[in-house]
Design a protein around this ligand. Structure first.
Ligand SMILES: O=C(CCC(O)(O)[C@H](Cc1ccccc1)NC(=O)c1ccccc1)N[C@@H](Cc1ccccc1)C(=O)O
Ligand SMILES: [Zn+2]
Length: 573
């Protein structure tokens, strides 16, 4: 075993230089593929991927020769220990990477064809139908079409992917998630109970059984993960509807570039960094119209050369996409802040931090104050009833998301640890979603689903094998960050807008610059003063809504608690 620090320093510098080149080339090749899906670009990406997959274990093995317990320098110790575990992150098998590419491409290219006439892709067409259609049959057509289009093709492939994955189930980290999930239950349960009654009023009892589930296609989101598009059906005070920001954006002739400029301006208003000039040339901000096939799911890209950062998004002019752009610019801000660190530390304190930075900013950007100042709202003030309506809108995006984000990786961990066998993937997915032992989101499939389909694959992160628990933790974390930044703010948390806040700058800058060079509890403490993720700030934010919901549910004589699972899973006929 080596343990002299000079040797280790040279080793790390050698790793640093080679890793930067390998990662930059891999990102470039992957970018070329996802923004122009062709056979040639796929082969080039897979070639660079295999180089990356070999580079990691090679240095991982070498790093294990160092006895880090003998070292003094904490950064050196942390770098070497990260390197010693680096090859666990990638599966070298080439056919594994080919499967991944195939699944992700299948998702991105899937379309639903009308009997006679065009075939519709997910973005923007099917998502538009799901978000805006008021015709239950049309919603069902789009929902079923998409599940079948992707689920059918991935059914076999996903089984092979699981076979090849050497992922060990990370159930251990799971226990404290369960604790967080329990903490949020009262909020979710009250919201769900209220939603059932409100939707029952609208759709009638043939579609909504009063004490239980809401069919997945009625929530106006392809995955029933956000319910904000049915706000008009469940508005607590219907006489005081919220202004339609998408309509206002369109009437003001917003363009995608303006949406990106506004998001960037928010970060610079906090004294954070602006994007480099090439960002505006190299990013893909709209779906190409030259016939290229692209992967539309939004993402932010770091090319590990300290200057090339990009966003890829098929932007539509809607408030949902504006907030999504804030989320992407949060990733970009992290890239810019940690760019001078060793490539080993060029990541967020943990994956949930990466997701929480941008989402935290959307909390300010969704505030009445920010939108009013930006000319996106005209009503000067909100009375208490309008405030409840506002909080309902945010809750349909953030609270409805809780069970979905929780079960996405609960499902995958059960698949990887063998609890869920491959002959019942689809049935177990739907059981988790609306039946079973955990009170989850109760959104059953509107039509019977069989094992000829793999419906989880209809969600990007399953097809692209992107972990999801990061979004569940980010949901709690973003409110904790928002609350920390609001420390100078007077008034309720949901009215806080950190735009131009100098306190925010102080808190955020030091933290983002740390990348993953420090243990995340230490980083959390720097922002919030606590070392634990806590749902307290989230519950404070929604307190006025929860009070209203409890009163309303009691008034309606609701019996809280699990609905009767009268509708059992339809056996395959
Ligand atoms: O998927 C996203 C946004 C895309 C992303 O920014 O999280 C993206 C996902 C992705 C895409 C391709 C490969 C890997 C991950 N993540 C990034 O662009 C990213 C993440 C970490 C570091 C750098 C970039 N949001 C989730 C959940 C969500 C999050 C926030 C608000 C609403 C909804 C969803 O839509 O279901
Ligand atoms: Zn993200």
């Amino acid at each position: 075993k080596f343990y002299n620090e000079t040797m280790a320093k040279m080793f790390l510098q050698f790793y640093e230089h080679t890793a930067q080149v390998v990662w930059n080339q891999f990102m470039e090749a992957t970018w070329n593929y996802v923004t122009n899906i062709t056979k040639k670009n796929r082969e080039e990406m897979l070639h660079k991927d295999s180089e990356r997959s070999q580079h990691m274990p090679y240095f991982g093995t070498w790093a294990r020769l160092f006895k880090i317990s003998r070292f003094q320098d904490p950064d050196m110790k942390r770098m070497l220990s990260k390197l010693q575990n680096i090859d666990k992150a990638v599966t070298p098998a080439a056919q594994y990477n080919m499967l991944l590419a195939y699944m992700e491409t299948t998702y991105s290219m899937a379309q639903v064809c009308l009997n006679e006439g065009p075939c519709l892709p997910l973005e923007p067409d099917l998502e538009e139908v799901m978000a805006t259609s008021r015709d239950e049959k049309e919603l069902l057509w789009a929902w079923q079409g998409w599940q079948d289009a992707v689920g059918h093709q991935l059914c076999i492939t996903f089984k092979c992917y699981v076979q090849l994955s050497n992922r060990t189930a990370k159930l251990n980290g799971y226990k404290d998630m369960g604790q967080l999930y329990q903490e949020l239950q009262p909020l979710y349960l009250n919201l769900h109970t209220y939603m059932c009654r409100a939707l029952h009023r609208h759709y009638g009892s043939e579609l909504i059984n009063l004490r239980g589930s809401i069919p997945a296609h009625l929530l106006r989101n392809m995955w029933a993960q956000f319910w904000v598009n049915i706000l008009d059906l469940v508005l607590p005070f219907p006489k005081k509807p919220l202004e339609d920001i998408t309509k206002i954006m369109k009437s003001q002739h917003w363009k995608p570039s303006k949406m990106f400029e506004r998001a960037e301006k928010f970060f610079t208003s906090l004294g954070l960094l602006s994007t480099p000039p090439n960002f505006w040339k190299t990013s893909m901000m709209e779906k190409p119209t030259d016939g290229r096939e692209v992967e539309c799911h939004a993402s932010a890209w770091d090319f590990y050369d300290g200057k090339d950062v990009r966003v890829k998004k098929c932007t539509e002019v809607t408030i949902e996409d504006l907030l999504s752009i804030f989320h992407q610019m949060g990733h970009i801000q992290y890239f810019l802040q940690y760019k001078n660190l060793s490539v080993i530390f060029c990541a967020g304190a943990n994956p949930a931090f990466e997701e929480a930075v941008g989402s935290m900013v959307t909390l300010s950007a969704s505030s009445h104050k920010y939108l009013l100042n930006r000319g996106l709202l005209s009503h000067q003030h909100q009375d208490s009833e309008e405030e409840v309506n506002f909080l309902m809108g945010i809750a349909l995006e953030k609270i409805a998301f809780i069970p979905f984000a929780y079960l996405m990786d609960l499902f995958r961990w059960k698949v990887f640890d063998g609890t869920i066998q491959k002959d019942v993937y689809n049935q177990e997915w739907w059981n988790l979603r609306w039946g079973g032992q955990l009170p989850l989101s109760w959104c059953p499939p509107p039509v019977p689903r069989t094992e000829d389909y793999f419906d989880p694959g209809a969600k990007f992160h399953i097809s692209a094998s992107v972990p999801y628990i990061r979004y569940f933790i980010s949901l709690v974390l973003q409110f904790q960050f928002h609350d920390a930044l609001a420390s100078g703010h007077v008034g309720p948390l949901h009215r806080c807008d950190s735009y131009n806040s100098k306190i925010a700058e102080k808190l955020l800058e030091d933290v983002l610059k740390l990348g993953s060079s420090k243990p995340w509890p230490e980083v959390l403490q720097k922002i919030t003063g606590q070392t634990k993720v806590s749902a307290k700030a989230l519950m404070t934010y929604f307190k006025p809504l929860l009070d209203w919901l409890v009163t309303e549910n009691v008034r309606q004589g609701e019996i809280l608690g699990w609905p009767d699972f009268s509708c059992t899973f339809e056996e395959k006929d």
